[in-house]
Design a protein around this ligand. Structure first.
Ligand code: ADP
Ligand code: MG
Length: 551
C-alpha cells in the first residue's frame, strides 16, 4: 500500500459524506484541497470573496439537503467566511467551512496568517475542531458532517494546518469512517398530536404559520395534505413561501398583519417567533394568543410565548402523523367561519391600496410598477433570490412562489450581501431552472464582483437591480455642495456596465414602458444578464401601521 496526502484524504472524505459542491478561494495553504476535490468528483467553484463563497455553500446545502463545503485560506480568509457561518447558523442551514491554517509546529510564533481560528469559529457554529492528524481526517469529516445535518441543521468548521494538508500517511493507517446517512426522522408523542388537533378544533380564529423548517425537511407534500384536509388559513414565512403555492385560496399572505394580530391560535410549523414574526407579542399579536409549536429543536419550544402544545420532531414525520390522526376525525375548519371573511376583506383592501402604484406609469418608476412587469415575466419554475430593503420587502409580496425552496433572501440574520453567493449556488445546483435575482443597488454592491464568477462559469443567471440611488431611501442626483447623505449611492450608476465588462449582457431602463422588453431580452440571452432599473428615490412601501421592526 502507498501513501496518501492530507488534501486528497480531505477531498475523498467530503465526497464520501455527500459533499458534491465546494465554493472557495484558493491560496496558501489550501490549493491542494481544491485540486484534490476536483479529482474526487466534487464541483469546485472559485469565487471572488470568501463571504460570498460561504453564502453559496449554505444555499447549496439548503437546496440539496446535505451540507456543502466552503474552502478558504488561513487568517483573513477564515475571518471573511465567518459572515457566512453566522448566517447559516441563524438560518438553521447546514454547511461545512474548511479553513487553511498556519503549520501547527509554528503555533504561537507569529506564523503567516496565524489566527485562533477554531476558538473564533465556535460562537458561529455547532462544531469547530482542528484536524490534528492526517490519518484521522475521515473521522473529523464524519463528525462535522453528521453534526451539521442531524437535529437542527447548522454550520460546522474544520481547521486544516498546512502540514496536515501537505503531509502524507500510509494508506493502511487511515482511520476509516462510516458514511453519514439521512437524518433520522423523529416523531412527536401521539398524545401531543391529538392535543394539537383538538387545540386547532377549539380555535375560533386559527392561523397556521409555515416556515422554512418544513422546506428544509422536504415536508411540502405532507403540509399541502394537512392544509387541504383541515382547510385552515395559512401564512408562509419569507422562505417558507412556496411550500404551498402563494396563490392558494387558503393563503392569507395578503392579510398578514391582520391574520397575526387577530388570530386566537397560531400553529407554528417549522417557524420561529423571532423578529420576523414580531416575537408573537402584542401589539402585533393578540395578548394571550395560544401557540401550538412544531419544531425539531426542544430549546426552541416556548421561545417568547409559551407553547400550549409542543410537537417535538421532524417536520415531515410529524406532519404525516397529523394527517394520519385526521383519519379519525370528521373535522375541518368550516367554510362559513367569520374569520375567513375578515381575512378576505382585509386582503382585498390591501390589494386595492397598492393598485394605484402598480398602475403608475411615471418615470422613474416606483417599486410596485417595476414588480408588475417582473411578476408577469417570471418563469413558473424560477428560483427567486431577493435582497435589499424595499426591494426585498415589496418583492416578497409581489413575486409569487409556487414550489418549495424557490425563495432565498436575507433571512433570519437579515444579511445584506448574500444575493450573488445564493444566486451562483442556485445556478450551480439547478442548472435546468431559471435563476432570477432582484436586488437593491446597495445589496448588489456588497458582492458585485461575483458577476465575474457568474460569467466565468457561464451561469445563465438573470439579475434585476432596482436602483434608487441609496440605502433604504435614495437621492435623485449628487449634491453640488455640502456633505453626501450617509444613505446615498450614485444615482443612476450603470451597474449593467460591470456585467458587460465581464462578458455578460446589460440593460438600463428608466421608463416603465421599456422594462418588459429589457427583461425579455435578458431572459432570451444565453448567458448571465443584468437589468438595471432606475427607481424613484422617494418610492417606498404602502403606508404601514407599524414600522418594519416595530415589536
Ligand atoms: P422561518 O424564517 O421560516 O420562520 P426559522 O428559521 O425561523 O424559519 O425557523 C425554522 C425552524 O425550523 C427552526 O426553529 C428549526 O429548529 C426548525 N427545523 C429545522 N429543521 C427541522 C425539521 N427537520 N423538522 C422540523 N423543524 C425543523
Ligand atoms: Mg437602493
Amino acid at each position: 500500500m502507498g501513501t496518501i496526502d492530507g488534501a486528497t484524504l480531505m477531498a475523498r472524505s467530503l465526497k464520501q459524506q455527500g459533499v458534491d459542491y465546494m465554493f472557495g478561494i484558493v491560496g496558501f495553504p489550501v490549493f491542494g484541497i481544491a485540486g484534490a476535490a476536483q479529482k474526487e468528483g466534487i464541483t469546485y467553484i472559485g469565487m471572488r470573496n470568501e463571504q460570498s463563497a460561504s453564502y453559496a455553500a449554505q444555499a447549496a446545502g439548503y437546496l440539496t439537503g446535505r451540507p456543502q463545503a466552503c474552502l478558504v485560506v488561513s487568517g483573513p480568509g477564515v475571518i471573511h467566511a465567518f459572515a457566512g457561518l453566522a448566517n447559516a447558523q441563524q438560518n438553521c442551514w447546514p454547511m461545512i467551512l474548511i479553513g487553511g491554517a498556519s503549520p501547527s509546529y509554528q503555533t504561537g510564533m507569529g506564523g503567516f496568517q496565524e489566527e485562533r481560528q477554531v476558538e473564533l469559529a465556535k460562537p458561529y457554529c455547532k462544531y469547530a475542531h482542528g484536524v490534528d492528524s492526517i490519518a484521522r481526517i475521515p473521522y473529523y469529516v464524519e463528525q462535522a458532517i453528521r453534526t451539521s445535518l442531524y437535529g437542527r441543521p447548522g454550520a460546522v468548521y474544520l481547521d486544516m494546518p498546512d502540514n496536515i494538508i501537505s503531509g502524507e500517511v500510509d494508506e493502511d493507517k487511515v482511520v476509516q469512517a462510516a458514511t453519514v446517512g439521512e437524518p433520522p426522522r423523529s416523531q412527536a408523542h401521539p398524545d401531543d398530536v391529538e392535543a394539537a388537533l383538538s387545540a386547532l378544533e377549539s380555535a375560533e380564529r386559527p392561523l397556521v404559520v409555515v416556515g422554512k423548517g418544513m422546506a428544509w425537511s422536504r415536508a411540502e407534500g405532507e403540509v399541502r395534505e394537512f392544509i387541504e384536509r383541515t382547510q385552515l388559513p395559512f401564512l408562509a414565512s419569507p422562505m417558507g413561501k412556496g411550500i404551498l403555492p402563494d396563490d392558494d385560496p387558503l393563503s392569507v399572505g395578503a392579510a398578514r398583519s391582520t391574520a397575526l394580530r387577530e388570530a386566537d391560535l397560531v400553529f407554528l410549523m417549522g417557524a420561529r417567533l423571532n423578529w420576523i414574526m414580531h416575537f408573537g407579542l402584542p401589539p402585533r399579536f393578540a395578548p394571550g394568543v395560544r401557540v401550538v409549536q412544531l419544531d425539531i429543536s426542544p430549546e426552541e419550544i416556548g421561545t417568547n410565548v409559551p407553547a400550549e402544545v409542543a410537537l417535538l420532531g421532524d417536520g415531515k414525520a410529524v406532519a404525516k402523523q397529523l394527517n394520519s390522526a385526521l383519519d379519525n376525525r370528521q373535522w375541518f375548519y368550516p367554510a362559513e367561519a367569520p374569520w375567513r371573511g375578515t381575512l378576505k376583506e382585509k386582503a382585498e383592501e390591501n390589494l386595492a391600496a397598492v393598485a394605484p402604484m402598480i398602475e403608475d406609469e411615471s418615470a422613474p418608476m416606483n417599486y410596485y410598477r417595476a414588480y408588475r412587469d417582473i411578476e408577469e415575466w417570471l418563469p413558473e419554475d424560477a428560483i427567486i433570490i431577493g435582497e435589499g430593503a424595499n426591494t426585498m420587502d415589496i418583492g416578497r409580496t409581489q413575486m409569487p412562489n409556487r414550489t418549495a425552496r424557490t425563495r432565498l433572501d436575507a433571512g433570519t440574520y437579515g444579511t445584506m450581501g448574500i444575493g450573488l453567493g445564493f444566486t451562483i449556488a442556485a445556478a450551480v445546483v439547478h442548472p435546468d431552472r431559471p435563476i432570477v435575482t432582484v436586488q437593491g443597488d446597495s445589496a448588489f454592491g456588497f458582492s458585485g464582483m461575483e458577476l465575474e464568477t457568474a460569467c466565468r462559469y457561464k451561469l445563465p443567471i438573470k439579475l434585476v437591480i432596482l436602483n434608487n440611488g441609496g440605502i433604504g431611501g435614495g437621492i435623485a442626483e449628487l449634491p453640488t455642495d455640502g456633505p453626501l447623505p450617509p444613505f446615498s449611492l450614485t444615482p443612476g450608476a450603470h451597474y449593467e456596465g460591470i456585467m458587460e465588462a465581464m462578458g455578460g449582457k446589460g440593460f438600463y431602463v428608466e421608463d416603465p414602458k421599456d422594462l418588459r422588453g429589457a427583461l425579455d431580452e435578458a431572459m432570451a440571452f444565453d448567458g448571465p444578464a443584468l437589468v438595471n432599473v432606475r427607481i424613484n428615490p422617494k418610492a417606498g412601501r404602502k403606508p404601514q401601521q407599524f414600522g418594519w421592526l416595530t415589536t
